[in-house]
Design a binder for this molecule. Sequence first.
Ligand code: HXC
Length: 517
Amino acid sequence: MTLPIESMNTLRERRNKIIHNISPEKLEKLHARGSLSARERVNALFVEGSFQELGMHAHHNAVSFGMAGRELPTDGVITGTGYVGSLQVAAFSQDFQVLAGTMGKMQARKIVRLMRHALRVGVPMVAFKDSGGARIQEGVDALSGYGDVFYYNVMLSGVVPQIAVIVGPCAGGAAYSPALMDFVIMTRHNAYMFLTGPEVIKAVTGHSATMDEVGSAEMHASVSGNVHFVAEDDQHAIALVKSLLSYLPSNNTEDPPHDLSMPIDEVADPGMIDLVPGDSSEPLDMQLVIRRLVDRGELLEVHANFARNVIIGFARISGAVVGVVANQPMVMAGALDMNAADKIARFVRMCNVFNIPLLTLVDVPGFLPGVEQERGGIIRHGAKMLHAFASCTVPKLTVILRKAYGGSYLAMCSQEMRADMVYAWPSAEIAVMGAEAAVKILYRKELEQATDRRAKAAELTKQYRDEFASPYAAASNFYITDVIDPADTRWMLALALRKTLGKRELRPAKKHGNMPL
Ligand code: HXC
């Protein structure tokens, strides 16, 4: 007994109608602006033939408020699982062609079902966001649907990586779902995200604002900090997702994809020394240092345009995945301000939950002084860094390249934050404050009485540096593991990293610490 031909035809027809729900003209328009259709996004993410859709035939039975008889294929969201390389990934893709990809009860049920799969099986979650927000006709059902998605975003947080890709509108409360995820990628030209748009802002406050001001990718990546990566178009966004996944484990019980087959040779890199300016007041370019330290010079920089006075990102050192945290002295002398502290603290915690070792590169003159910073709560923000580094139990390696002053020395993963190894270059200066400032405070009278004030100041500054701020002073008290030749940094780190990868550290049981937020 075989199935009647008609029923096979019905199946094919139904599938075709759902899969090809966009006209060639519309598709061409999307492509022309650098966009893909919802289904093309899923197909571009996954290895061909690996996608399995969940709930393709599920949709809201539209009967009310102008929706009667209206077809809502997939209910405006494609959900399913597939492979990215050899990694299973769960993904959903909102379909703007279906009532602007709006969220109703069924769309939420489909998304939540997929999130529960990701949670149970322990696989990363990728969300393509392209939606007009809550489906107005579904009222509180739509709101409740969002609530369920938010709840599962929180349940998945710290268990599996969650990546949001904003490729269209993401307005109103809908924006809280990406905000609850680990990484947000946004396309430069076709996406916007805000809680209240220009029209509402105008109506409520009388203030005129442009869409770019309140919701563009550029703004979120550089000012609000809501976005980690700006993609040029949809294809670029998908390439960024794949790149991110290549550094992350599938879930919190696994290690990240280290490649430990690479041997570690004791090869010095004399070029590293050339990067250190002779004059300590001249800035060092930390980007160049990082590129020399990591495999093939490849750093996947996260939050590259936000708080550029610090650098965070993923790299490998002799095959081992690391999360890099560094000051960038080329911007604001690498000082820590509120945004830099937030950027670092969140990244450190993300690395910790996904078992990614941390490498901290220090050249920091301090926390940024200023009325704005104090009134804005730099104490609270800076404390996040201390909390994050102290509470994280992954391998922690620190290199002090030059300045490490005061509270910022401690906050940049010092030994006291339980760094496993702290290396210092001979150019390191570890002290309560910079030599010039310290000399002014300590030797005010001597300087006033000196015949050649400048010469006296220079002499005292040198003396202070040698006696108090030298890395050997810190090393003699065993606050530093070793003072190393900059040329040896890469292989020393590679070796130390291999030796600490097996680190296991137990902390007192508690629900969670009370991080300053
Ligand atoms: C139901 C919607 C809709 C919505 C759009 N549509 N948004 N239907 N609920 N929220 C429908 C339109 O009526 C239209 O139907 C079709 O989708 C395509 O929309 P267009 O407006 O023609 O498209 P476009 O010109 O590209 O504009 C897209 C848009 C705009 C910018 C998204 O539609 C818009 O501003 N929509 C409202 C967005 C919004 O305010 N959402 C609520 C946010 S508050 P037809 O029949 O013509 O095909 C929110 C609360 C969430 O989401 C709270 C969670 C906690």
